[in-house]
Design a protein around this ligand. Sequence first.
Ligand SMILES: C[S@@+](CC[C@H](N)C(=O)[O-])C[C@H]1O[C@@H](n2cnc3c(N)ncnc32)[C@H](O)[C@@H]1O
Length: 182
Amino acid sequence: MRLERVAAQVPTGARLADIGSDHGYLPVALMRRGVIAGAVAGEVALTPFHAAERTVRDNGHEQLITVRLADGLAAIEPQDDITAVSICGMGGETIRDILDAGKARLSGRERLILQPNGGEQPLRQWLMDNGYRILSEEVLRENRFYYEIIVAERAGPVQYTAEELYFGPLHMQARSPVFLSK
Ligand SMILES: C[S@@+](CC[C@H](N)C(=O)[O-])C[C@H]1O[C@@H](n2cnc3c(N)ncnc32)[C@H](O)[C@@H]1O
């Protein structure tokens, strides 16, 4: 359910960079469904890197999904023409550090689809500081855990209050039952 909700935020025809792809399920599922035009699956660790390679190969997507052993956004090359970046299943601080260290690899036209496990506040702070507007926020509960999904795009200066950075500006407006319960 968590990755399904992330998948729902990837635009049709996107060229996706899935950073910290692990098993590579997200780009492979999206390619099987015909949602994305191409993808890079980035992994910093050898065992998940090999797992992603295997998933891509078993599904016959080697031509359209490139698996790279790389730290963070170093997996992205200019010729990949990436239009969406997903970074999921890590702490918000780790996601922030990956974005900050790899800023130079972003054109600013990519949609960021982020699924932090905690540490949402510092991640939202980075988005604000770097001119990213939060377009969608979702919180879901699965196996006793709450998971947040934050979607953002570069849109020029944006200002959030301390409360909005902590709780999420769109959560504060929508006040969904699962957000209130979290
Ligand atoms: C818990 S898994 C999440 C996998 C998948 N994204 C998901 O949401 O199901 C986190 C993965 O991120 C990878 N990772 C952590 N830091 C990374 C970095 N700096 N660059 C690339 N991958 C990283 C880890 O090796 C691990 O495979």
